[in-house]
Design a protein around this ligand. Structure first.
Ligand code: SAM
Length: 289
């Protein structure tokens, strides 16, 4: 079995296969030996589980997942990594590699086809250029998954795990909190990667809620309102919501008043339940107008 955190070993294998790192594909591979075992360990998987990994690199995390799970399906876009992975993961018989763009993959169909009733987890060191679309696709499509453990940029981790209603929260924080319970697991310094990126990273875990955090009658109105509210976060909620969502300003002002919020309230000062209440009032006023 290869030591995939040994720089010399990894460089030799990559050179043998004529592989060159692609910045555009976010190819920064983990070389810190403690990171992948810890990620796999804290992701919640055990030998009864199926795991989807996004982006294999040289397979350093894939191997740690395969040691602990029943089956690992890894989606890797870069065809040039396939011969590398054939070599580095040859000792495992529970790994399947799918050479595809994760954003074009039907994950619901994949889960049905590959995991046959197993509890399914997602664990990945995400390419940073697709962090948000991947996380939102995983959450919004309501896939039958238990938890998503991903490495993201440190700033993104702070926003994703911020309490709703705090200064760091944003539309993505609300969306994550609606579908999952998010927590930061640990920080990862830029020196843990080859090549080293300019920024530090953090690993976060999102445990998928069986039921959304709050109840709203019109989910699409709720998210439209939230996106508008945080779109211009320095403005009052009344101004940002009406400007960004097309909901008439008098309706938004009335809803804010009926909720008992001050007219100057801003989105970042509202809790999850308060945002839900505001969306319910707007829904009601629009329905009766
Ligand atoms: N898991 C490895 C590790 O931890 O060292 C590699 C992580 S590296 C940050 C991201 C990986 O995602 C690369 O192998 C890259 O080729 C792959 N990747 C980039 N865009 C992708 C996409 N749209 N779909 C699937 N894989 C992608």
């Amino acid at each position: 079995m290869y030591n995939l955190t040994d720089i010399g070993t990894v460089k030799d294998i990559l050179a043998k296969h004529g592989f060159h790192f692609s910045k555009a594909l976010g190819q920064n591979f983990i070389i810190n030996p403690s990171v992948c075992p810890r990620m796999a360990e804290e992701s919640g998987i055990d030998e009864s589980c199926g795991v989807i990994e996004i982006g294999a690199g040289v397979g350093v995390l894939t191997a740690e997942l395969a040691k602990r799970a029943k089956k690992v399906v890894v989606i890797e876009i870069d065809t040039k990594l396939l011969p590398v992975l054939d070599e580095t993961l040859k000792d495992f018989d529970n790994i399947e590699i799918i050479n595809q763009d994760v954003l074009k993959t039907d994950l619901a169909a994949l889960i049905k086809e590959k995991f046959d009733g197993m509890p399914v987890y997602v664990c990945a060191n995400l390419p940073y250029y697709i962090t948000s679309p991947v996380i939102m696709a995983l959450l919004e499509s309501r896939l039958p998954i238990e938890a998503v453990t991903v490495m993201v940029q440190k700033e993104a981790a702070q926003r994703l795990c911020a309490p709703v209603g705090s200064r760091l929260s944003g539309a993505v924080t609300v969306a994550v909190d609606y579908y999952a319970k998010a927590q930061k697991l640990f920080d990862v310094s830029s020196g843990s990667f080859m090549p080293a990126p300019k920024v530090d990273s953090a690993v976060i875990r999102m445990d998928i809620r069986k039921q959304p955090e709050i109840e709203v009658s019109d989910e699409s109105l709720f998210f439209k309102m939230v996106h508008a509210a945080f779109g211009q976060r320095r403005k009052t909620a009344a101004n940002s919501i009406s400007a960004g969502s097309g909901i008439p300003k008098d309706v938004v002002i009335k809803a804010i008043e009926e909720c008992g919020f001050p007219p100057s309230v801003r989105a970042e000062g509202l809790s999850m339940q308060e945002l839900a209440d505001l969306s319910e009032k707007i829904h009601h006023l629009l329905k009766n107008s």
